[in-house]
Design a protein around this ligand. Sequence first.
Ligand SMILES: [Zn+2]
Length: 124
Amino acid sequence: MKGGIIFMPYKNGKSAWNFKDLTSKTFGRLIVLDRAENKHRKARWNCECQCEKKTKKTILGQDLIRQKVQSCGCISSENNIKRSTRHGQAKTRLYNIYLGQFDTLEEASEARRQAEIKYWGNER
Ligand SMILES: [Zn+2]
């Protein structure tokens, strides 16, 4: 059996990563240096953040792949700064249309389909 290949859209055109070897791959600001010891039987990787601090971190492979971790923590602290500076300025208006609650995925997707036809027309 072959190792799991994970397909994800990615900016630089790389759409497939070999799950078993993440060495030299980049995830956000993190560059994978090499494999670290497993923790609870899960693969971990030694990563280096490309920010000023060049922080080294050991991160679970699954967190990298699911993009849960994309920096040493600097991105989230920058986001916090952005969020607090944006406060008080004109907000971008988001359009969320509440369609109700549904018991099954089928009902929900049908409701969404109907809503798309209603709001955007039937040309899709
Ligand atoms: Zn960083």
